[in-house]
Design a protein around this ligand. Structure first.
Ligand code: ADE
Length: 227
């Protein structure tokens, strides 16, 4: 998967993509993330990427020109499956949406800022709008990083243990069971005996029951959604 991110503040994203699992995924050639500075595409002499809103009002609006130029330049190099605009009024991101999107090959993610983008960008250039939750952040960079992380960790070979993405919370409609590591006893705090039993079937059953119980307590809606 190749992800091209368009941002007016590209440095915000550098460290996130250059550490940990996301860096390894790129080193292994499983994912490519390219962050582009929208100012590089601005034809304004001060490299501006925003302007005052027509009709007045507070806040700046991101201009069509640099976004159009950046998207056109990228599209001249390869086909893109989606041009995604991160926006608080987009489709809510959840695991099923991430799963569906994880089979895409090339995507562009546009990060908004200020009061958003000129509506003509949404009308003519964007193919999908995604929100990471019902709250407003000061820019689309964190949402773009959230979406990219959720997508890249699903790509085959990215996680060390191939099954670990499948056992994530939400993947089977349940939240994940509790996990423990050494030591077996920390002061009075003891690891549940079943996990030390070596009995695979009993461990599997215990984890399933824990997941069901936790889902009932924490996300009852997930159980109701199923039927
Ligand atoms: N930009 C600002 N807030 C956002 C959100 N909640 N989701 C996606 N993009 C955003």
């Amino acid at each position: 998967m190749r992800i091209d991110i368009l941002s007016a503040l590209p440095r915000l994203l550098d460290s996130y993509f250059n550490e940990s699992i996301l860096r390894r995924a790129q080193q292994k050639g499983l994912a490519e993330v390219h962050v582009h500075d929208l100012r590089d595409f601005s034809e304004d002499k001060h490299r501006r990427v925003d302007d005052y809103p027509f009709g007045g009002g507070a806040g700046m609006v991101m201009s069509v020109q640099p976004i159009h130029k950046a998207i056109t330049a990228l599209k001249s190099e390869r086909h893109y499956d989606e041009v995604i605009y991160m926006s608080p009024d987009g489709e809510l991101l959840d695991q099923p949406l991430v799963n569906r999107m994880s089979s895409l090959r090339n995507i562009i993610i546009l990060c908004g800022h200020y009061k958003g983008v000129d509506e003509r960008v949404r009308e003519h250039l964007v193919t999908r709008e995604v929100s990471i939750g019902d709250y407003v952040l000061s820019g689309g960079e964190l949402p773009a990083a959230v979406l990219s992380d959720a997508l890249i960790r699903l790509l085959p070979g990215v996680l060390g243990d191939e099954t670990s993405a499948l056992s994530d919370s939400f993947q089977d409609g349940l939240v994940a069971p509790p996990a423990y590591t050494r030591p077996e006893q920390y002061g009075d705090w003891q690891v549940p005996g079943v996990l030390l039993s070596g009995h695979e079937a009993r461990i599997h059953e215990w984890r399933l029951q824990q997941s069901l119980e936790r889902t009932r307590q924490r996300r009852p809606g997930m159980l109701k959604d199923e039927k």
